[in-house]
Design a protein around this ligand. Structure first.
Ligand code: GAL
Length: 990
């Protein structure tokens, strides 16, 4: 087989053409049909080069289709968020252009010949090719694609009808005119990344199809309108059958009404199997009846106000990138349903079509973004000096109009039969102008049944709903109240100008935005540890009907499997592949880690997104339904008064959507935990699944678990100046060095934490730089005084910071009964501490000279909590390995704090240490220090040092979401203040 038959052509620059694409068949619906098809996925021939015209293609090898070539050993992935990785000279791209020349033989099955003779066609279909491809069969031109995440079809009948073997060649270029329209925040990777199929299209088949299944919430009636079309776009009659509803009618007889249907919603995704048939083809689909409406300032589905408890989902995988395996899509939807999410935005392009099928079936409201982002034209925060971008933005540039209007039609045509799709969005971050106006026209014409939105239409002149990203709580509240402060209006006008628009007279004042429903198209930026204060966002949604929730940014960390310089396996991010321009780990900001392990933020979301709100107080629990349609009969209420060991069912009276009820609880216990669990399996959610849990803890009773030590021994100073107090030994500088049989490396008051992503350099308030400027990360201890005071050893130290006079005075008071030691640590930060500089922590860290791998603690768990996160944690006795207590954030940072811990026992086979904190303090245990967390750039590079580092915190600064959102709310800011920690340390022998 030849590997290419294509002569080098230096004149035809097909990859820079506008409107782009050649010979493509018109857009149509993605359909499941009984017409034969042949899947062409698998191992293809491949030659890699650096020129789109084919000059200098390398030696032939092979490549997997679907896939991205940078993840198969050719070239390298590059990550940028906003900026283009090439000179911005649309529609042109550099001469050096990574190019993959794919080839394979292709043969139409012999049995297709009859259908072809009868007027049928053979169609070559690509579901996704990034960024542009030209196709040949036997060296004859077939066509050119346009739109990486859009289906592209070509008629190849003439080339393949003879049933013989032919050579199919696909030349894919990394950079093309499409690059300018596809500047989404993700890896720049290329290739045929979705399936390729050969379809046999029978004459008289269902070429295109529109089904509208309306539900009338007032009567319960369903109306099905079916329009089938042939290849010329003419409407044709087709037989519509929905056996479960007794429907058997011709599509051309008009809308079919059924008196009673079960509607579809995310809460009850009823689908009906349907067939639409002509003499030559039968299409099968699953139809859900539902009505989507924008009713004044309320967004309704089936007549009810809908709260979007959503997430933005990119297609990402640590091994295959944007290529999606069925398991990934199924797993994502399963995890979303298990964690109380009810909505997903397919940021920022149409997903693999299979994803929408899974959403239809499991019940998720979907907002589909068109494949359009041109952020690199209008962000001068990134490249400061060049103001040309805004004026040249494709959204207002007539040369892009046809391409973008066609993209809009194409993505809507593909998915308009998907029940789960409830909102269309033109795209993301591309500004506005005459072209987006035309896109609105095209979208509204393509589908009059769903709202069309576009976030950057800030004034909401055309958008059916008002949406913004990363609004603060305060701003959101103003939107909810429908009253914007002068300052906020000014900010919005400034945002309009940032897009290159002249703010109209009156600025934002006459904008229709506040007359329409509002949602956060992105919020709660989940980068690393965080986002904080999801609770407060969801409280606003409950308070203000116009606020409809939104979509957390984002679902998954896009880390890529690779190794660090020492060969350790890591999740790579921007800069790890030799890129000159990149945006570092901003690509790792999801609710699940790259391998799809839920991060604590997903558990937090599960709690605050719960469709039932649960509040427990002594003797009673309030159960408030946030469902729009369901009652609570599918849930069982249970109570535990022994810290989650045994559960007892509680009577739960029927609760209508939006209503609330009270549960009577047993008499006050130390800990009363209530949970709602599913009675039966429901889609991906199994029976017995905990939907929501909450507890009430009697802090005083818990504190009493740690009775006062009898002070039987007094401190003794030895000849070398060291001290002995019961099991504790202190060196001559009064530093704890021994606890029973365990050596202690160090124990000191700790004001620091490895900064979280929300505190690092690119954030709005880069605290890390300020903390490091004052050397808070390397505080130095100075002994002021150690003395015996009766039976107590009192150690006064000063924690100083290099180069300045800030720091803290620390007083430790140690007592012992001979077997355990109690210590009270008083920390007093300098009185001149800068008012606007929060402290990371007020705590105490001890390094035990053994790796104690088994941990059991009485505190809030099982996942980590910080002051503004930790939703879904309850008090209990939790066991974990030391390793399991770590959250493997892609970029190492503070993690793993367990709040309200009163007891923690860390052991290995020989024994260990037990900590008791009567007041319930933060507890974190790690196999490495905060300094190690602070030093490394990848989770996989962290090295355990053979010790166990335990940090007890009296207070922590909130985590917020300042990487791309607000700083912690005032109540979660740790301002410099004094704190006292009380702990008991008991050495334990096996
Ligand atoms: C938004 C953008 C997203 C993502 C996010 C930051 O501005 O729409 O694509 O870049 O910021 O993670």
């Amino acid at each position: 087989m030849p590997t290419t038959t294509i002569p080098v052509d230096r004149t035809d620059r097909w990859w820079e053409e506008l409107p782009g694409g050649r010979n493509r068949l018109p857009a149509r619906a993605h359909l499941n049909s009984d017409a034969p098809q042949l899947n062409l996925d698998g191992t293809w021939g491949f030659r890699y080069g650096q020129r789109a015209d084919g000059t200098g293609l390398g030696e032939p090898g092979t490549i997997e289709v679907p896939g991205m070539w940078q993840l198969q050993g050719h070239g390298a992935p590059q990550y940028t968020n906003v900026i283009y990785p090439i000179p911005r000279q649309a529609p042109h791209v550099p001469d050096e252009n990574p190019t993959g020349h794919y080839f394979r033989t292709v043969q139409a099955p012999a049995e297709w010949s009859n259908t072809v003779e009868a007027g049928g066609r053979i169609v070559l279909r690509f579901l996704g090719v990034d960024s542009a491809a030209r196709i040949w069969i036997d060296g004859q031109d077939v066509g050119v694609t346009s739109g990486s995440r859009l289906t592209q079809e070509f008629d190849v009948t003439d080339a393949l009808a003879d049933g013989a073997e032919h050579l199919l060649e696909v030349r894919v270029v990394q950079w093309s005119v499409n690059t300018y329209l596809e500047d989404q925040d993700m890896w720049w990777t290329s290739g045929i990344f979705r399936s390729v199929d050969l379809l046999l299209r029978p004459a008289g088949g269902v070429e295109d199809l529109t089904t509208v299944a309306d539900y009338d919430p007032a009567t319960g009636a369903g109306t099905l309108t079916v329009t089938a079309r042939d290849a010329s776009g003419e409407e044709i009659p087709a037989q519509v059958q929905v056996p479960a509803l007794g429907i058997d009618a011709s599509s051309t007889d008009g809308p079919i009404t059924v008196q009673q249907v079960a509607p579809w919603s995310a809460e009850g995704p009823t689908l009906y199997d349907a067939t639409i048939a002509t003499d030559s083809e039968t299409v099968t689909l699953r139809i859900g009846f539902r009505r989507v409406e924008v009713d004044g300032e309320i967004f309704r589905i089936n007549g009810e106000r809908i709260v979007l408890r959503g997430v933005n989902r990119h297609e990402a995988d640590p091994r295959v990138g944007r290529t999606q395996h069925f398991e990934n899509m199924d797993r994502d939807v399963e995890l979303m349903k298990l964690h109380n999410l009810n909505a997903v935005r397919t940021s920022h392009y149409p997903p693999h079509p299979r994803f929408l099928e899974v959403c239809d079936e499991a019940g998720l409201y979907v907002l589909v973004d068109g494949d359009f982002e041109a952020h690199g034209f209008h962000s001068d925060s990134t490249w400061g000096e060049d103001p040309s971008g805004r004026a040249e933005r494709p959204a207002d540039d007539p040369q892009f109009k046809d391409a973008l209007v066609e993209r809009t039609r194409r993505f809507i045509a593909r998915d308009r039969n998907s029940t789960s799709v409830v909102i269309w969005s033109l795209g993301n971050e591309a500004a506005t102008g005459q072209v987006t106006d035309a896109m609105f026209d095209a979208a509204e014409a393509a589908d009059p049944t769903r709202p069309v939105i576009y976030e950057q239409d800030y004034r909401t002149d055309r958008s059916a709903m008002f949406s913004l990203m990363y609004s603060t709580h305060e701003e959101s509240e103003q939107i909810g109240r429908r009253e914007l402060s002068a300052e906020y209006r000014e900010k919005l006008v400034h945002m309009l100008r940032g897009l290159g628009l002249d703010a109209p007279d009156g600025g934002f004042d006459d904008a229709p935005a506040l007359t329409k429903p509002f949602f956060w198209i992105e919020f709660a930026h989940a980068m690393g540890n965080g986002a904080g204060s999801l609770k407060e966002y969801m409280d606003l949604v409950e308070q203000y009907p116009a606020l409809h929730g939104g979509f957390i940014w984002e679902w998954i960390d896009h880390g890529i499997d690779t190794t660090d310089a020492d060969g350790n396996p890591i999740w790579g991010y921007g800069g790890d592949f030799g890129e000159r321009l990149h945006d570092a780990n901003f690509v790792a900001d999801g609710l699940v880690l790259p391998d799809r392990t839920p991060s604590p933020a997903l558990e937090d979301a599960k709690h605050h997104y719960s469709p039932v709100r649960l509040e427990v107080s002594p003797g009673r629990a309030v159960v408030k339904s946030r469902y729009a349609f369901r009652d609570l009969s599918h849930l069982r209420a249970e109570v535990s008064v022994d810290g989650r060991v045994t559960w007892q069912e509680l009577e739960l009276h029927p609760v209508a959507p939006g209503e609330q009820t009270e549960l009577t609880l047993p008499d006050a216990a130390e800990v009363t935990t209530v949970r709602l669990v599913t009675r039966e399996a429901d889609g991906p959610v199994p029976a017995g699944h905990e939907l929501v849990t909450a507890d009430h803890v009697d802090a005083r009773a818990l504190a009493a678990r740690v009775p006062a030590l009898s002070r039987q021994v007094a401190p003794e100073q030895l000849e070398d100046g060291s001290w002995q107090l019961g099991p504790a030994h202190f060196d001559d500088l009064a530093r704890l060095t021994q606890l029973g049989w365990i050596e202690v490396e160090h124990a000191w008051a700790d004001l620091y934490r490895a900064p979280v992503d929300n505190e690092r350099a690119r954030t709005r308030v880069p605290l890390e730089a300020r903390w490091k400027q004052i050397c808070l990360d390397v505080a130095r201890r100075r002994l002021v005084e150690a003395r015996a005071d009766g039976d107590a050893l009192v150690v006064r130290t000063h924690l100083g910071l290099d180069g300045n006079g800030l720091g803290a005075d620390v007083t430790e008071t140690w007592t012992s009964d001979g077997t355990a030691v109690d210590v009270q640590v008083e920390i007093a930060p300098s009185s001149r501490w800068p008012e606007d500089l929060p402290l990371p922590r007020l705590g105490w860290t001890i390094a035990l000279d053994r790796q104690l791998t088994a941990v059991e603690y009485d505190g809030y768990g099982p996942h980590e909590s910080y002051p503004d996160t930790g939703g879904g944690t309850t008090f209990g006795t939790w066991s974990a390995t030391l390793e399991e207590l770590q959250t493997r954030y892609v970029f190492p940072q503070e993690n793993g704090n367990r709040a309200g811990t009163v007891r923690a026992r860390l052991t290995d086979d020989a024994g260990g240490v037990e900590f008791a904190m009567p007041e319930g303090l933060g507890f974190a245990a790690r196999p490495w220090s905060s300094a190690e967390l602070d030093l490394r750039a990848h989770n996989g590079s962290l090295r355990a040092d053979g010790r166990t580092w335990v940090t007890i915190s009296a207070a922590l600064h909130g985590v917020g979401s300042a990487a791309c959102g607000p700083v912690p709310l005032p109540e979660y800011v740790l301002t410099a203040r004094s704190a006292t920690l009380r702990m008991r340390l008991t050495p334990v022998s096996a």
